[in-house]
Design a protein around this ligand. Structure first.
Ligand code: FUB
Ligand code: ZN
Length: 684
């Protein structure tokens, strides 16, 4: 990592600050105006920075391409992203306003009489929304959204106190509680700051505007660093809700100020001056050394964000104890804790991970934010390794447990993403707004940032992670210009044509992701078959590439019937259906009349997969492939049976019914009807 050149000036700023810090001594204007003192450490221009700026991270094998380098055109994600930017982002802004989120800021500068509204983390809603706009602006200007974000940023920074502190909840009477140990535990001050930093960086990378970035640096350098962290003269620090860790490390990557990385490391290590009871460090997923963790537990979003921060820390330091722990936790994730949809968090109580294999369906929590955290973590693990198994999890979470979180019209959101649903309790599942409205803007920022997840570069060449109609305009790490155009109808169809156009003929490796679910993949280059495509790996295509070279890839899209580890008791005797990256479900309203969904069984006694009939319905749920398969309903249906009865080995008589499966992400878009992902199999 190149050293920053202005150490002496920083030291001067730092010592001038220690006098001002948390006290109310105003910072001299000349210092404030020079707050954005740090040159970017990377040789990159702000325009060229990706979601993560890991170009100089010593332990990153893969490097992000900027969001703006990838244009996703019409297709699966194109449609979703259009809705996101046309409907979701604008409607969420109106809801943020009408629910007092902006008045919370305006009130503090005398521009609103409204009382504070919303939970302690209300500010983060504004930051996540503005971050969504920032990513949208990285894909092309949207003057109205740009103007709105400018206005909001102006309103936010006006509230900043001379010390750098900025929070709309711990003000007035509550100011005395700031950063008290118990407030650090529950009050989300650092969570809000983390989202402010992430938003500021995304906006800077979108526009070059440092207003919010400088305010964030001011908060960190002016308020946090001089007062909290390592050393007897400083107060203890706890993240309470991890988020600050990954934000500080991205700030370090942006500013080059090593103190930002060190503070993140210190928080990840856990400050033993704030003692949490055992249930506390389990729930908060902070407060003890990250490297002492042995499994995923506690609040799922907290755990996922902590894993993101810890992976970021590894990417910068190469600390093997972190890497060991991250691998342990990842193995726990995929072997015992993750839903087939990529969602995580089995329990509503504490919005938490359950025990191993505790993966209930209808009571699943599966918060949208937790699935997003899962994707973000796996994106970082992928950067560290270039190992396709992490990309498989990114894809699984993205297409299923995240995608289900937003309605197809872009205005309703799931907070929970259960895998079974009975609406008789009155739950509508999708809502435009939640008082804890963390998920909607989180979904918006994720969809807006999506182009940044399609490709990475490495010293050896280019990695293709995600398939859709998209054009990459970027360059190899040696500077050779490179354009890659994907044409596909993925995920409905398993074929993709990929045209590779380097600025001049060049030898490099094109790493083509072969998804773990794929079978019988065929790859050709300029019509000539290429062998070696292995599910769950990148196919390394090393050659001298010439402009217009064509990779043709065909993934087998035969629907797959999936069973869970028998220790997942809720899935025992049941199967899920997956086609390509999409997990399917049954919704009551697609089944024959009079057939209660919870009574049906899938008849897979013979050749399960080939018996699916696939039909594309352009007018249904935005255009989907529907899967039909024979199933049955027992004559004495479960709904009409006693709660308990003597067991008999006789197989009850069953009547055939045709079952219609739709992609899980699209459920509850017509009505909140019974739904299930895991369907019982017919006994024989
Ligand atoms: O605490 C802030 C956010 O609210 C969490 O990430 C969500 O789980 C919800 O509790
Ligand atoms: Zn959420």
């Amino acid at each position: 990592m190149p050293k920053r050149s202005q150490i002496s000036r920083r030291q001067f700023v730092g010592s001038a600050l220690s006098a001002a810090t948390v006290s109310s001594v105003p910072i001299p204007n000349f210092l404030l105006s020079s707050w954005g003192y740090s040159p970017n450490t990377s040789s990159l221009d702000w325009k060229d920075e990706g979601i993560l700026l890991v170009d100089k991270s010593p332990y990153a094998k893969l490097h992000n391409v900027p969001v703006r380098a990838v244009t996703i055109s019409q297709g699966f994600w194109g449609a979703r992203r259009q809705t996101n930017v046309d409907k979701s982002i604008p409607s969420m802004e109106r809801l943020l306003e009408s629910n007092g989120r902006m008045n919370n800021f305006l009130r503090l500068v005398g521009k609103s009489d409204a009382a504070q509204r919303g939970p302690v983390y209300a500010d983060s809603d504004v930051y996540k929304w503005t971050e969504a706009v920032a990513f949208a602006l990285q894909s092309g200007d949207r003057p109205e959204l740009h103007a709105l974000a400018d206005k909001i940023i102006k309103e936010v920074v006006e509230v900043q106190e001379p010390s750098g502190y900025l929070n709309t909840y711990y003000v007035g009477e509550r100011a005395k509680d700031r950063m008290a140990p118990d407030v650090q535990r529950w009050g989300h001050e650092l969570y809000n700051l983390g989202h402010m930093i992430q938003c500021a960086i995304a906006f800077y990378r979108a526009t070059g505007d440092r207003t919010l970035l400088d305010a964030s640096i001011h908060f960190v350098d002016g308020y946090l660093l001089p007062n909290f962290g390592q050393g007897g003269d400083k107060k203890p620090i706890l993240s309470g809700h991890p988020e600050i860790e990954l934000a500080l490390i991205e700030l370090y990557r942006t500013t080059g100020d090593k103190r930002h990385l060190e503070l993140a490391g210190y928080i990840l290590q856990g400050d033993d001056r704030i003692k949490l009871p055992q249930r506390g460090y389990v729930y908060h997923f902070s407060g003890i050394p990250f490297t002492s963790r042995t499994h995923l537990e506690g609040h799922a979003v907290r755990a996922m964000y902590a894993c993101c921060g810890a992976t970021d820390y590894y990417l910068e330091t190469g600390d093997q104890s972190y890497w060991k722990t991250l691998n342990l936790l990842w193995d726990d994730l995929v072997s015992a804790q993750m839903y087939v949809t990529g969602g995580v968090g089995a329990r509503s109580q504490g919005e938490a991970f359950g025990d191993s294999y505790e993966l209930p369906n209808s009571t699943a929590y599966g918060e949208s934010c937790a699935a997003i955290g899962n994707m973000m973590w796996n994106w970082r693990m992928l950067a560290a390794t270039g190992d396709a198994r992490y990309a498989d999890v990114v894809e699984r979470a993205l297409y299923n447990g995240i995608n289900s979180g937003m309605s197809l019209d872009g205005t309703l959101y799931c907070y929970r993403n259960p895998l079974g649903f009975d609406p008789s309790g009155g739950d509508q599942i999708r809502h435009p707004w939640y008082d804890t409205t963390c998920c909607p803007p989180n979904l918006e920022r994720t969809f807006a940032s999506l182009p940044g997840y399609f490709y990475s570069t490495s010293k050896a060449g280019l990695y293709l992670h995600l398939y859709d109609n998209a054009q990459l305009d970027w360059h190899l790490e040696d500077g050779t210009g490179l354009k890659v155009v994907q044409k596909t109808n993925y995920p409905w169809d398993g074929a993709a044509e990929i045209t590779v156009t380097p600025a001049k003929p060049a030898e490099f490796t094109f790493y083509l992701r072969i998804p773990g679910w794929s079978d019988g993949t065929q790859v050709t280059i300029n019509g000539k078959p290429v062998s070696g495509a292995t599910p769950g790996q990148y196919l390394a295509l090393r050659r001298r590439w010439s402009p217009g070279d064509l990779i043709d890839v065909k993934f087998g899209m035969t629907p797959q019937v999936i069973e869970a580890n028998p220790r997942v008791v809720d899935d025992y005797g049941r199967v899920a259906v997956q086609r390509g990256p999409l997990v399917y479900c049954l919704e009551q309203l697609d089944q024959p009349e009079g057939v209660p969904l919870f009574d049906v069984s899938l008849d897979i006694r013979h050749e399960p997969s080939s018996k699916f009939h696939e039909e594309f319905h352009g007018d249904l749920l935005g255009g989907i492939v529907v899967l039909k398969h024979m199933g049955a309903i027992y004559e004495k249906s479960a709904s009409h049976s006693a709660l308990y009865r003597p067991y008999t080995a006789d197989v009850p008589k069953a009547k055939q019914v045709e079952l219609r499966f739709v992609p899980y992400y699209a459920w509850a878009n017509r009505a909140a009807t019974p739904m299930q992902v895991w369907t019982p199999i017919l006994r024989s």
